[in-house]
Design a protein around this ligand. Structure first.
Ligand code: SAM
Length: 233
């Protein structure tokens, strides 16, 4: 009996240790991603493009929910491997454009190769500065961020910089992880809650115009600049 109890304790201790190590590795990986960029594109492509992600990320449903029309232009900021950019390109074809913007040159190179492989002329990729995506005035119908905003500093100033780049009726769309422990994504401390995100957009002169609730791990928000912010363009 005693030996059985000891075996159970040892097994439980081993399980707790294994879970702690795996959480520490995952947190460390995230810390590395947050502070050291995404230059190891092969590693990140395995995560971003994995079929397991498709199950909870529901990219087809996300694109459908945005109701994009042929001829529109979408800027996917922090596009990574172009997971969403290539899907936006199909949604706005034949005369539209999806632009994958990223601070990481290796990601931009990956997207350019991806666009070439797909023969998609309406799928572009561009390197951007961390504090400014450099959108030309009134050039895009939608700006899209997925799991990127916690990497940005001074977000309110950044959001203000986006508004002049939007065409009339243009929106800024955010898909990001709910601030709680989840089986995927960064640890809660690194995430921005839905309420905080809405507050930051309000502070930057936007209002929440739509919200979608079908993603299990992420909130999905659509913002438009307040008329005042539009007038000051
Ligand atoms: C977690 S990945 C998300 C990739 C993609 N949005 C997706 O859903 O698969 C975050 C991406 O944001 C990029 N990034 C980080 N800070 C950025 C910034 N200030 N401007 C543009 N891209 C940024 C990173 O290089 C990385 O490719």
């Amino acid at each position: 009996m005693k030996s059985g109890f000891r075996k159970t304790c040892v097994a439980m201790f081993a399980l707790v240790l294994a879970l702690s190590i795996s959480q520490a590795v995952s947190a460390q990986e995230h810390v590395q991603s947050a502070h050291h960029g995404f230059h190891n594109v092969e590693h990140w492509a395995r995560a971003f493009e994995s079929p397991a992600r498709t199950k909870w990320q529901k990219p087809g449903e996300v694109v459908r929910a945005l109701n994009l029309r042929p001829g529109q232009t979408v800027a996917d900021i922090g596009a990574g491997t172009g997971y969403f950019t290539r899907r936006f390109a199909s949604a706005v074809a034949p005369s539209g454009e999806a632009i994958g913007l990223d601070v990481e040159p290796a990601m931009v190179a990956y997207m350019k190769t991806d666009a070439k492989r797909l023969g998609a002329k309406d799928y572009q990729a561009r390197l951007v500065k961390a504090d400014d995506p450099g959108l030309a005035p009134r050039s895009v119908d939608a700006v899209f961020f997925c799991d990127t905003l916690h990497h940005l500093e001074h977000r309110v100033a950044y959001f203000r910089r986006l508004a002049p780049g939007l065409r009339p009726g243009g929106r800024v769309v955010v898909v990001d992880f709910k601030k709680k422990t989840l089986p995927v994504g960064p640890p809660p401390a690194d995430k921005i809650s839905r309420e905080e995100m809405i507050g930051e957009f309000r502070a930057a002169g936007y209002r929440l115009v739509r919200e979608h609730h079908f993603l299990p791990y992420q909130y999905f928000l659509e913002f438009e600049p307040e008329p005042r912010a539009q007038l000051s363009k």
